[in-house]
Design a protein around this ligand. Sequence first.
Ligand code: ATP
Ligand code: MG
Ligand code: FE
Length: 336
Amino acid sequence: SYILAIETSCDETAVAVVKDGKEVISNLISSQIATHQQFGGVVPEVASRKHVESITFMLEEAMNASGITPDRLSAVAVTQGPGLVGALLVGIVAAKSAALAFGKPLIGTHHIAGHIYANNLTDQIIYPCIALVVSGGHTELVLLESPGRFQMIGRTRDDAVGEAYDKVARAIGYPYPGGPHVDRAALESEEAISLPRVWLEPDSYDFSFSGLKSAVLNAVNQMKMRGEAVNTGAVARGFQESVVEVLVEKAVRAMRQFGGQQLLLCGGVAANQGLRRALSERCEREGLRLLIPPLKYCTDNAAMIGAAAHLKWQQGQYTTLDMKAEPGLSLEDWSV
Ligand code: ATP
Ligand code: MG
Ligand code: FE
């Protein structure tokens, strides 16, 4: 199949053409980070307007770069949710127009299914597997017993990991998005402040990061009140060690309990060097297979949407043209 895929759920306008859910034929991304940086975070209204400004150009460029003519397309896929409703709508309107103009079926696609299936773009997913989804809005452990069947075994009860990183980053003076800055500071620091690990109930696969975030903010405030310079490195390292330890431990336990053949790490925080290292070492030691997509497929992109949409295309599960944006779309419900 040749799938034209569109992603506009947050602050990246992205369009790709993907063959058979595996081979990236063209993949274009226009990031709005520079625009949102001045506001310290993503402003939904601004995101929608930026998507409108670039989507038509991006579609044309992705088709041109693919070198294939529209008649050879099998389907048009688009992120239906979760995401910012106004941002999603821009991609959806563009996808509907393209599907109608080219006479091709439409496939509404789940953004997190995309993050998970990014692993199929450079590797071959083997089942059953466990996906550890760590992104700006999500922190989840997902079991896949077969292709496209998603079972949620754990999720965050409050903040997502990426969100916690961005808030901690802001507290110690880094610009948005702060995750990469905290990551770098953590790895360069010799010292670490001591912070709690939040495990929840003994057999729970859920996560909680808001208490940890508050503990970090308290520690920073105390340093300030004592008139000390804030040791940003020690704060970053203490925070990162707590987050990484809990993520690694729960992911490995899920692999054992559910007989996972592979652990798939995905989402924007999969770019975190501390997490990648700790997870690689632990999996190596325990003889578990770990897949991590290259950085460009960890953060938001449209190739991953094409990879996930292929599952639906194989089953002939198309979406009607009256489809709406679903900001709270459930991953399990999107299963094939
Ligand atoms: P979602 O996929 O849940 O809708 P999103 O698409 O906004 O959210 P992504 O683009 O997948 O999220 O990831 C962005 C997040 O990843 C940001 O919170 C950013 O700070 C974080 N991030 C990126 N690189 C790193 C890193 N090296 N360490 C920690 N966090 C990082
Ligand atoms: Mg983003
Ligand atoms: Fe994302």
